[in-house]
Design a protein around this ligand. Structure first.
Ligand code: NAP
Length: 291
């Protein structure tokens, strides 16, 4: 049950702008907590809500949000690719990544963006990590595409995908414009160990280690890993996965997925409002929820 505090009832009026997130399931989304905290701190008159949308209702929901004059909305699993068919314009970054996670409504014209790559890079910037020439990315799903896009934009020349299914990863690379010259290797091969030896950054984009499977971890032959490599896990629950904990014990710098979550949300908020959000306020709101 929601218990309203004193003053909460005055938050919204007939002029309040609408924002939200669509997905299925959506009830575990942390975006409303993070976005409403930022909106309040910025004094912006918007309300951000989570909206469950089943795949069969996607077209109708998008039309509904357009007609309801939503200023914009985030898009999450399973709609990030399918929604592209229902939008008027797609930003080149989203087209390249092959997924939309943010929609802006300009007077009925819906434009799709992807802020995941910007969020990923914000995590590195926040931790003062400057990218070198070589990186290893574990996994080849949707998040890996955004990571590849970001690394390419920043000029990382040598990228190796370490995966369990090489054929599937190669298919992804063929359809992704940032896939050229990226190679996919099985993490059971010697080529994987060689790539780890050179990598200045190792990014886990698989769900291995995510709650509740916290005992899982990508298979890392630690004796091969470049001792100076920074380890970045896109998972934020738990805040230190087995992969990050093992790396930290060996002296590696580590980054979890919280900064990326905040970074992609702040970039979306900026697209809707033209204002820069306070990412610390957003991070504090998430931490306060115990994630
Ligand atoms: P996805 O599209 O399903 O891709 C998952 C990738 O991990 C695939 O390459 C898959 O391999 C691989 N994988 C899954 N289970 C595996 C296993 N047991 N062993 C080996 N490989 C496995 O998922 P996604 O959307 O990219 O999300 C991946 C992770 O990133 C999730 O934990 C998600 O929460 C996190 N994420 C975080 C943020 C953030 O803001 N911090 C943003 C986006 C995603 P196959 O192709 O062989 O199935």
């Amino acid at each position: 049950m929601v218990v309203f505090g004193e003053g909460d009832m005055d938050l919204y009026s007939g002029k309040t702008g609408n924002l939200g997130v669509i997905g299925h399931p959506i009830e575990h989304s942390l975006s409303p907590v993070m976005q409403n905290a930022a909106l309040r701190e910025m004094g912006l008159d918007y309300a951000y809500i989570a909206m469950p949308v089943k795949p069969k209702n996607l077209a109708a929901a998008v039309e509904g949000l357009r007609c309801l004059s939503f200023r914009g909305f985030n898009v999450t699993i399973p709609h990030k690719t399918d929604i592209m068919a229902y939008l008027d314009e797609i930003h080149p970054d989203a087209r390249g990544i092959g997924a939309v996670n943010t929609v802006v409504n300009d007077g009925g014209c819906l434009t799709g963006y992807n802020t995941d790559a910007a969020g990923f890079l914000a995590g590195l910037r926040d931790k003062g990590v400057s990218l070198g020439g070589s990186a290893v990315v574990l996994g080849a799903g949707g998040a890996a595409r955004a990571v590849l896009w970001g690394l390419r934009q920043e000029g990382v020349a040598e990228i190796t995908l370490g995966v369990r299914n090489v054929a599937k990863a190669q298919e992804m690379l063929q359809e992704c414009p940032c896939g050229a010259a990226v190679r996919a290797v099985s993490w059971a091969e010697g080529a994987f160990s060689e790539a780890l030896q050179r990598a200045e950054l190792i990014v886990n984009t698989t769900p291995l280690g995510m709650y509740p499977q916290v005992e899982e971890s990508p298979p890392i032959p630690w004796e091969w890993v470049n001792p100076k490599a920074v380890l970045y896990d896109l998972i934020y629950t738990p805040d230190k996965t087995r992969f990050l904990a093992a790396g930290e014990r060996r002296g590696h710098r580590i980054i979890n997925g919280l900064l990326m979550l905040v970074g992609q949300g702040a970039a979306a908020l900026q697209l809707w409002t033209g204002r820069e959000a306070d990412r610390q306020v957003m991070a504090r709101a998430l931490l306060g929820k115990g994630r």
